[in-house]
Design a protein around this ligand. Structure first.
Ligand code: ADP
Ligand code: ADP
Ligand code: MG
Length: 512
């Protein structure tokens, strides 16, 4: 172990906090965990050398509470802050606050984050760099009138998107002019609630596209490298559930792959990007590509890149932060890697279905990696992201990686808590069965996986009945209130929880 490494405060929870702590340990960086009142006995708390409560349960009182995090950094003598993903990872004001407090934020500059976090400004930057972005508005939409004119010009269907959007939120697909006004209002309301910013922009909806992204690492001085691509087209609710590298669609368009790498490097060199980042692109059926957005942080699906390159991205981030990283040449990539996200969610409605886990056992074996904060019977909290685990595998070929993933997914057991009569307690559901179906699906086996695969494939399609849809709508509203940090009276939260759970058991009743 190397002595005198500075202390790292990990401003996150769950699997990503654990993943960061592991590399800190490996390199001899002492660690500080922070946790909310709901997370007192969470796994990440025990992984770190010190742990402090941030107060509160809701994200705004805990993992988004900048002053509390900075106080703890001072108390624990931390010098570096790793934000993980989500929460404060893409907040320019947090990066500035860290600098003011003499702390090193592990990631890009506040300037880069501010530029790319504003998706409209990022699109404008692409125009300047002459990098194709999805056709649509140049700036922010001034109102419904402008949206109507523009949509008519580029042709329906279109997508209304939030300038400050992320995590698949604040997006509305509009099929024809008839629905534009109501969708505009709904999208700006949702954007205001989720991001405190109601500004919208408009894009042409690319039909049956592929999501292909490039992992980059910048030196902050105008240099940088890429670490290959990832295809993350298999999604529901505009959020990824299976990611892989190399990208199957780029096997058909090898020239597009090179052009994507070129574009990604041009962007990060131009903005003097530092640390790990991801350039997301949409690739259409002909191999044309368009810039979507940049994520200025470590990405959920970074393990697949680590599998094929042998690079520990967090190691690079940590060493760069203390001035000890010599960025190498582009590393060679070997074999194929696939990751799936196991969620506590209803596999039919794709709505979060958190609850108590009574039994949990993951897969293991050669070339299998499980990133999870759930190792023993515990609770998946309704207050945070309901992801239970990421299961990633490596294989010499795509076929071998898929075969290994099939075996691994069949080994996994996640069971809800049961009473002495063997009846389920609470509302836990998982998407395990959907993942097992996915890795056996004919189109997935062929690598023919556009973003609308789940919606279109009969065997994977959601099965809605009218009653369940109503129940689902209620559950979504309650979940969103909590997710959007609306200050709720404790009694209201309890009531919301109760209705939410009743809904879960009722939904089950309706189906059986
Ligand atoms: P990735 O490509 O890394 O999966 P996602 O867009 O799915 O990126 O986001 C990763 C995590 O960050 C998710 O937990 C998501 O909910 C969260 N997230 C991303 N952007 C935002 C945002 N602007 N506000 C709140 N959460 C976000
Ligand atoms: P977020 O910030 O929420 O991740 P993105 O702009 O990255 O938002 O889009 C998320 C997903 O939505 C994409 O991966 C893609 O599947 C879909 N999507 C976004 N824009 C378009 C578009 N113009 N046409 C088709 N699909 C799109
Ligand atoms: Mg995205």
């Amino acid at each position: 172990m190397k002595p005198n490494r500075p202390t790292v405060l990990i401003a996150n929870r769950g699997e990503i906090a654990i993943r960061i702590a592991r590399t800190c340990k490996l390199l001899g960086f002492p660690t500080v965990a922070v946790y909310s009142e709901a997370d007192q006995s969470s796994e990440h708390v025990f992984m770190c050398d010190q742990a402090y409560c941030l107060g509160g349960i809701l994200p705004k009182d805990s993992y988004l509470n900048i002053s509390s995090i900075l106080d703890i950094a001072k108390k624990s003598k931390a010098k570096l802050i790793h934000p993980g993903y989500g929460f404060l990872s893409e907040r320019a004001d947090f990066i500035e606050a860290c600098q003011k407090a003499n702390l090193i934020f592990i990631g890009p500059s506040a300037k880069c984050v501010a530029l790319m976090g504003n998706k409209v400004a990022a699109r404008m930057a692409m125009d300047q760099l002459k990098i194709a972005r999805v056709p649509g508005s140049h700036g922010t939409l001034s109102g419904v009138k402008e949206a109507k004119l523009l949509a008519k010009e580029i042709g329906y269907p279109v997508l209304l998107k939030a300038k400050a959007g992320g995590g698949g939120k604040g997006m509305r697909q509009v099929e024809s002019e008839k629905f534009l006004e109501s969708s505009f209002e709904a999208a700006s309301r949702e954007a205001e609630k989720s991001f405190g910013d109601s500004d919208l922009y408009l894009e042409k909806l690319i039909l049956s596209p592929h999501h292909v992204e490039v992992q980059v690492f910048g030196d902050g001085k105008g240099g940088g490298i890429h670490l290959g691509e990832r295809e993350c087209s298999i999604q529901r609710r505009h959020q990824k559930i299976l990611e892989e590298t190399p990208s199957p669609v780029l096997e058909l368009f090898p020239k597009t792959r090179e052009k994507l790498f070129e574009a990604a490097l041009k962007i990060i060199k131009n903005i003097k990007y530092q640390s790990a980042g991801t350039l997301e692109f949409i690739v259409d059926e002909k191999g044309n590509f368009y810039f979507l957005e940049m994520n200025t942080r470590l990405q959920v699906e970074h393990p697949v890149t680590e599998w094929v390159t042998g690079v520990d991205l967090v190691e690079w981030q940590l060493l760069q932060a203390i001035g000890e990283l010599q960025l190498p040449e582009i590393p060679p990539r070997t074999g194929h890697s696939i990751e799936v996200r196991l969620y506590a969610e209803d596999p039919e409605s794709f709505l979060p279905a958190p609850g108590s886990i009574g039994f949990i056992e993951f897969a293991s074996g050669p070339f299998v990696r499980v990133d999870s904060a759930f190792k023993s019977p515990t609770e998946v909290s309704m207050y945070y992201d309901p992801m239970i685990a990421k299961i990633s595998v490596w294989g010499a070929t795509r076929e071998k990686a898929l075969a290994r993933l099939r075996v691994s997914l069949d080994e996994i057991r996640v069971e809800p808590l049961k009473n002495s009569q063997g009846h389920k307690i609470g509302s836990l559901k998982t998407n395990l069965f959907l993942l097992q179906k996915l890795v056996r699906n004919k189109k997935v086996l062929k690598g023919d996986t556009p973003t609308d695969l789940i919606a279109k494939e009969p065997e994977l399609k959601q099965i809605f009945t009218k009653d369940v849809t109503l129940e689902a709508a209620l559950a979504v509203s309650l979940y969103q209130l909590i997710e959007e940090n609306v200050s709720l009276h404790e009694g209201t939260v309890n009531l919301a929880t109760e209705i939410y759970w009743t809904k879960q058991s009722k939904t089950e009743g309706l189906r059986s």
